[in-house]
Design a protein around this ligand. Structure first.
Ligand code: SAM
Ligand code: SF4
Length: 345
């Protein structure tokens, strides 16, 4: 017999709050990949010779707008545009304007590698983008070139400067920490973030897609190890603040910057997951580390499409959101065959 004194049923989906999954988690955050293409080839994200999708398979700006509008009408309050590299997508500013004007949206965010930010930062701010995350794994030009296979660090540093000048608040740097390739720079990256008034998050590498340049297990370094090395220069105190995501934050006295750690391996955060991801081809992924998904492009492109059928498909998708990811670090082979650039990281 179930003991009703201690068991509490999770909240269920209702017509007013349709995006509640079977574990009582309300989905309020959608990450949308607008392209699988990129001007860099980061070693942990992509193979060197990638084959990209034919353009006809990628959602159009109108389709992306329709999806954003529908999710917001169904209770999503935060949208993050990502990729691939979103700033090389044709029509990106139009998309940002369309999404930036949606009633009911609290935050429109962008994740970018920063290489094209110097040209676009002002226009993105005007279009209604609230927050920007910029990937930065190293401050050494040669190392940047090797981690991205051919990138120029200065383009990213110029992009960061432009984002600050455009008035974006709480710009966040994202750094994927790799034991033998950049973990020794964690303190320098924190110093850079403190000096420039930026937040920074260190991410444990995830086994998405087959890569050749390093063994993922070999390069694995825990958030705790990265934090310990930072603390040799910058003592940190834990902070209870949350950005509604998986990062756990710390602060260094006297500075406004938040120093975050995203630890899919060492700290499983699935119980509070509030997000889903849309690939550039319109596949709605219910979990970063599982293959449960729904093809929303097929719904959008079906003859006689109407928004009720799209809403119904989204409700059905949320019902199959898995309880948790099951990344296994001991296995060096990819557990998920898709790369991060197609996933919408
Ligand atoms: N191109 C943009 C960028 O680099 O910021 C947006 C897309 S990128 C896929 C989004 C984020 O995913 C980046 O911060 C990147 O460092 C991170 N990322 C890529 N592959 C990853 C992996 N295998 N494990 C953990 N993070 C990864
Ligand atoms: Fe491109 Fe971002 Fe992947 Fe690097 S992490 S290859 S910048 S999509």
């Amino acid at each position: 017999m179930i003991d009703t004194r201690t068991s509490q049923a999770p909240p269920a989906a209702t017509p007013e709050a349709p995006l509640v999954d079977n574990f009582g988690r309300e989905i309020t955050y959608l990450r949308m990949s607008v392209t699988d293409r990129c001007d860099l080839r980061c070693v942990y994200c992509m193979a060197e010779d990638m084959t990209f999708l034919p353009r006809s398979e990628v959602l159009s700006i109108e389709e992306l707008t329709e999806l954003g509008r529908t999710f917001v009408a169904m209770g999503v309050r935060k949208l993050r545009i990502t990729g691939g590299e979103p700033l090389i997508r044709k029509g990106i500013l139009t998309l940002m304007q369309n999404l930036g004007s949606l009633q009911g949206l609290d935050e429109l965010c962008l994740t970018t590698n920063g290489t094209h930010l110097a040209q676009h930062a002002g226009a993105l701010k005007e279009a209604g983008v609230d927050r920007i995350n910029i990937s930065l794994d190293t401050l050494k030009p040669e190392r940047f070139r090797s981690l991205t296979r051919f990138g120029d660090l200065n383009t990213v540093l110029d992009g960061i400067k432009a984002a600050k000048a455009a008035g974006f608040k709480r710009i966040k740097l994202n750094c994927v920490a790799l034991k033998n390739r950049n973990a020794d720079e964690a303190d320098a990256l924190v110093g850079f973030a403190l000096e420039h008034g930026l937040d920074i998050s260190f991410i444990e590498e995830m086994p998405l897609g087959a890569i050749t340049e390093h063994g993922r297990a070999e390069e694995f370094v825990t958030s705790a190890e990265v934090r310990a090395s930072i603390e040799q220069c910058y003592p940190l105190t834990p902070s209870s603040e949350s950005s509604g995501g998986p990062a756990r934050y710390w602060r260094h006295a006297g500075y406004d910057s938040r120093i975050g750690f995203i630890s899919p391996h060492s700290n499983n955060f699935c119980a509070s997951c509030n997000r889903v991801r849309l690939t550039a081809t319109g596949r709605l992924l219910l979990c970063l580390g599982q293959e449960h998904s729904k093809d929303l492009r097929a719904v959008l492109r079906s003859p006689g499409f109407d928004s009720a059928s799209l809403q119904q498909a989204i409700v059905e998708a949320i019902a199959i959101k898995p309880k948790e990811h099951t990344f296994d670090l001991a296995a060096d082979a990819p557990q998920i065959v898709r790369f991060m650039n197609t996933t919408g990281g």
